[in-house]
Design a protein around this ligand. Structure first.
Ligand SMILES: [Ca+2]
Ligand SMILES: [Ca+2]
Ligand SMILES: [Ca+2]
Length: 264
């Protein structure tokens, strides 16, 4: 009898716990610092005081490619040195705490466009979603590299996203030094920024996904780039329809009450 019960319990646990342990995206707006996120490299929470406004709430995530490098200028015009970016193992040979290891994408930084990534930073979160949900987040790529027509292909720093589940690893380049940047120079410590953009992707199947977002130096390590991230979310296809319906019902009810009142 006991054996039967414990077998039943263990089956129940194995079926139910994985679902319960991983939920929808939590703290996607970084209002609770990096709670529920895993982090690697040079990262911190910034407010709108950064010089580029948050998209949602008071906080946004900031990642950079700085590793003991010039990250700004103090009030006396002196260089401010900082940063703790992580290595890309394919170039540096340092596998421990590497970006590839963190993102579980062993070959990404050794292939094609990514072969010259030297170092950078990334965050990730694992969540459950259903087919048809739209995964999205706001991002803003910032750089001190030359951009546009002056960009140098050898120093083409870039920002990226990875999305993996148990069947595949997807890679998306968000921006690099050839992307369109704001015509006016950035109000932040960086020379250039793309301004806030939105990444959006419809998830194909039910399941557990890991979203990674990061930024890397390419070709040489000292001229830094950064990435702001905010409002990371996965929204069911129907939620906007449902809320419109609810609004419609409330609206109809208010109108009905109004009519009732005006009769007396
Ligand atoms: Ca936020
Ligand atoms: Ca660097
Ligand atoms: Ca660089």
């Amino acid at each position: 009898m006991n054996i039967v019960i414990s077998a039943t319990v263990s089956i129940f646990v194995s079926l139910v716990l994985p679902n319960a342990a991983v939920a929808a995206i939590i703290n996607g707006g970084f209002e609770n610092s990096f709670d529920n996120w895993h982090t690697l490299g040079d990262y911190r929470i910034e407010t709108s005081a950064f010089g580029s406004k948050t998209v949602e709430g008071n906080s946004q995530a900031f990642l950079s490619t700085a590793y003991n490098e010039v990250v700004g200028v103090d009030e006396n015009g002196g260089e401010v040195i900082g940063g703790s970016a992580a290595p890309a193992a394919y170039i540096t040979g340092i596998a421990e705490n590497s970006l590839e290891n963190f993102l579980d994408v062993s070959s990404f930084f050794g292939e094609g466009l990514l072969a010259d990534a030297i170092e950078g930073s990334a965050i990730k979160q694992t969540f459950r979603a259903q087919a048809g949900e739209t995964l999205s987040f706001a991002w803003n790529f910032l750089t001190n590299e030359s951009v546009g027509d002056n960009s140098n292909p050898a120093f083409n720093d870039f920002a990226f996203a990875t999305l993996s589940n148990n069947s595949q690893n997807l890679f998306f380049k968000l921006a690099d030094s050839t992307t369109d940047f704001l015509a006016t120079s950035s109000n932040s410590n960086f020379f250039e920024e793309t301004g806030s953009k939105t990444f959006s992707l419809t998830l194909p199947t039910d399941g557990e996904y890991t979203l990674g977002v990061g930024v890397v130096d390419v070709g040489e390590p000292t001229i830094i780039s950064g990435l702001l991230v905010d409002r990371v979310q996965a929204i069911p296809e129907t939620s906007s329809t449902i809320s419109l319906l609810i609004l419609g019902i409330v609206g109809a009810f208010s109108a009905f009450k109004h009519i009732q009142k005006s009769r007396y």
